[in-house]
Design a protein around this ligand. Structure first.
Ligand SMILES: Nc1ncnc2c1ncn2[C@@H]1O[C@H](COP(=O)(O)OP(=O)(O)OP(=O)(O)O)[C@@H](O)[C@H]1O
Ligand SMILES: [Mg+2]
Length: 148
């Protein structure tokens, strides 16, 4: 696994190369130790780029025992204070707001991770952690984490 920290203007970017699913999983698991409750994480990247694998690793790192599934058909699932959203099917943020998402975002005891977070960017806080995953080839992924 190669990690590079790039600092540009006011944005810190961490880029790493994952060469197998376990790399993505383990990176996310380690990442869990550095995030505080109240954090909002937006995952972007095409179908199959590893967003759900990342969420699974993160949940493991947070000590969540439940099996994290891809909630593509569910929109939002929570395991205690850990909220997992999949915005793939959303046209806009309204359906989430109807589920009380504004209140969930406002509660700093929650930790929220959103697959396809770019679809609801308008309602996410400014300090959202943005993580983009891109395919390099079948098993390689470029993962970029931007922290303002
Ligand atoms: N380096 C890698 N990191 C993550 N996943 C990988 C990697 N190499 C191969 N894969 C495979 O790619 C797939 C990633 O699936 P995953 O469901 O995590 O993607 P996703 O981005 O959540 O897709 P969707 O947009 O459909 O929700 C899995 O089948 C996984 O085994
Ligand atoms: Mg997914």
């Amino acid at each position: 696994m190669t990690k590079t920290l790039v600092k540009c203007e006011n944005v810190n970017k961490m880029v790493f190369l994952s060469i197998k699913p376990e790399d993505t999983y383990n990176y996310a698991k380690d990442f869990a130790s550095g995030i505080k409750s109240g954090a909002v994480i937006s995952l972007t990247g095409p179908l199959g780029s590893g967003k759900t694998v990342f969420v699974q690793g993160l949940a493991q790192g947070l000590g969540i025992k439940a099996k994290i599934k891809s909630p593509t058909y569910i929109l939002m699932q929570n395991h205690g204070r850990f909220y997992h959203v999949d915005a793939y099917r959303l046209e806009n943020s309204q359906a989430l707001l109807n589920l009380g998402f504004k209140e969930i975002l406002a509660d700093k005891n929650n930790l929220i991770i959103i697959e396809w977070g770019d679809k609801i960017r308008d309602i996410l806080p400014k300090d959202t952690i943005n993580i983009n995953l891109e395919h390099i080839d079948q098993n390689k992924r470029r993962i970029e984490i931007g922290i303002k």
